[in-house]
Design a protein around this ligand. Sequence first.
Ligand code: FAD
Length: 383
Amino acid sequence: MPDSISDVIVIGLGGMGSSAAMHLALEGAKVLGLEQFSPNHDLGSSHGSTRAIRLAYYENPNYVPLLKRSYHLWHDLEWRVGETLLEECGCLSVGHPNHEVIQGIIASSALHSLDVDFLTHGQLAEKYGFLNLPENYVGAFEKLGGYLWVDRCVRAFQKIASDLKAGLHFDTPVTSIQNVGKDIKVITPRGNHLARKVIITAGPWAANLIGAPGKCLSLMRQTTHWFMPEKPGDFFRDKVPVFMVADQEGFFYGFPMVDPEGVKVARHYGQAEVHHPDEIIRGMLPEDEAALRVFLNRRIPALANAKSPLGKTCVYTLSPDRHFMVGPLPENPNILVGTGFSGHGFKFASVMGEILSRLACNQQVPLNIEFLNLGRFLNDNNR
Ligand SMILES: Cc1cc2nc3c(=O)[nH]c(=O)nc-3n(C[C@H](O)[C@H](O)[C@H](O)COP(=O)(O)OP(=O)(O)OC[C@H]3O[C@@H](n4cnc5c(N)ncnc54)[C@H](O)[C@@H]3O)c2cc1C
């Protein structure tokens, strides 16, 4: 029989779970975090040096208030750990004026009066000559856009949580969860634990633990690549911001030269969907880099023949509409879930942790998350 009971157990200490554990500890809750792998592992989704952050959210304007809070909480975390985590180097999005990305940015920035500069092709060519763009492309530049140091952020959440006496157990996979009266038993090969509430932030493994809502989830392998330019200075952040290129061939993005390995570039989506993390090919395939070189030849000629000293694989956990799934399990409100971040969630990790913590502590969430509810994919058959 477990010797003590936690207020909340957090299953999965990636970006979302580590943030939730920190916010719960800040609330004075008795929190236990359980992670199947070791600290800083690279088998989930919260690793790989950098993650882009931006405010004029083309995906849906409803995300903007969440992002405003997220920015505030990233700065709060920087203050707590005395480390720079968020770099506001600007974010440039380019594409055809009718592309959903450009249209979405126009809609979000208009609705929330965001500070975005809209650029003509001529202005793009003058200011961002590293990009080779068709005459009919336009751009949107956000000064507040930039990137987060993803590995540092996860460590920072975990440091504050453990400094506040949260128990963080690594190499401790949760195998099942059971209701025991009004409490919940969490079962691991290293012993069982009891809690009043459970938060499941299990990333690509969430479907194993969340029942019916997990059936709609799928996974997508993603690769990121670093390219060493002949003149590194041409890609420093005084010349190159975070960039997003919405081409017909796909959506590509990259970062200024901030890593020793070079300029990080990748494609967003564009790979097959699978349904179990074991189906994800973890090594690099020759076609991974080849596909990106086609993009570089087309859009960033200065990198087209650059050496690529590093490539990494990672995993997206996809919801059917590519919007997050955050909130209580329909069949058990004592279990809160954060999943389905669909390749664009890390910038929200600071606020998602706060939201999950508030839900677990029966506190009000002063932000609209109704559009992210888990029940939206449950049809009558499996409610
Ligand atoms: C290549 C790539 C680029 C991206 N770029 C961006 C970007 O620029 N901007 C952005 O905002 N987002 C981006 N994202 C998305 C973002 O990284 C994810 O949305 C976010 O990291 C998801 O965090 P998570 O905590 O849900 O998942 P994870 O980090 O995967 O954490 C889940 C954790 O749960 C643990 N776990 C699972 N099952 C169990 C179990 N049974 N018991 C114990 N522990 C368990 C796992 O080991 C893991 O550590 C990108 C993602 C990828 C893959």
